[in-house]
Design a protein around this ligand. Structure first.
Ligand SMILES: [Zn+2]
Length: 68
């Protein structure tokens, strides 16, 4: 399992980007919330949405989950 974080600061389109803890850009995210550890990125997205975020995958660590 991997730990996932959601950027608490929304993008200009209102989406909050989700990263894995090992993402190369995670250090540039100053204000992030730990979502917990999940087996899949989709589960992390569901958790973020359960917490009220409109979530999208990070282009760097989760390109397969990123939607335009
Ligand atoms: Zn990332």
């Amino acid at each position: 399992m991997e730990e996932y974080y959601v950027d608490k600061k929304a993008q200009s389109n209102g989406e909050h980007v989700i990263h894995v803890a090992t993402c190369s850009c995670i250090d540039s995210v100053n204000d992030k919330e730990n979502l917990g550890a999940f087996f899949s990125f989709q589960s992390a997205v569901q958790e973020a949405e359960r917490r009220g975020y409109t979530a999208n995958g990070c282009k760097i660590c989760c390109l397969s989950c990123h939607t335009e």
